[in-house]
Write a protein that binds this ligand. Sequence first.
Ligand code: GLP
Length: 259
Amino acid sequence: MEVVIRPADELAVLAADAVARQLRECDDTVLGLATGSSPLPVYAELVRRHRVEGLSFAGARAFLLDEYVGLPAGHPESYREVIRRELTDLVDIPDHRVHGPDGHGADIATAGVRYDAAIRAAGGVDVQLLGIGTDGHVAFNEPGSSLASRTRVKTLTEQTRQDNARFFDSIDDVPHHVLTQGLGTILEARHLVLLATGEHKADAVAAMVEGPVSAFCPASVLQTHPHVTVLLDDAAASGLRLGDYYRHAYAHKPGWQSL
Ligand SMILES: N[C@@H]1[C@@H](O)[C@H](O)[C@@H](COP(=O)(O)O)O[C@@H]1O
């Protein structure tokens, strides 16, 4: 796990660098896209590079991490619509190559199995963007999630519903259920890039990076993955005991070593 502590605007550039490098190196890159506020500056930077530098997503495919269950297709806060608005409608990736768990179809019980099969059939995710919830969830894997879990339906905690209520008219409109990639599914991506900013993430970040690997903090399972980049601003890093070491290591990072 590489922990990089830099100003927030620089974090977005670093994450975009990882995505852009993958797109340039591989014609049929498979991107893993996250929603929430944290990746938005990364998407803005990728859109800028597409427009100004000609970065192309034309050969790529993309898979979303998660989706609310029960929102009608086309609901503005469904993650499929959010990602269209923030990224995929603004670059040259064909819409039919962007996939999300089917949260409004009739067969919710088997949607997860089908989704995992689709990711596998695409060859797996090359670069997976991630955020972290204040309770340590990644995607919508709430505390208590199996560290080996696959894509399935989960029930949101009240904390997560409150955290996400800002996107809806009221908390009553936030669904209770979601379809989310499992932790085991996420761990199969080849490079995980997690962004967290702000003091409200500091406790979850400390538990993820320096706590025990435990279902109590689902994000801590990232400690078991061979290629994870954790991008933090000072506030999100403020609970880390080894913060000075992570800064030192990044300042002395060999020039040949990319994220
Ligand atoms: N399902 C998403 C997660 O993927 C995201 O990481 C989390 C944090 O969101 P934010 O980045 O807005 O703090 O929110 C939601 O719960």
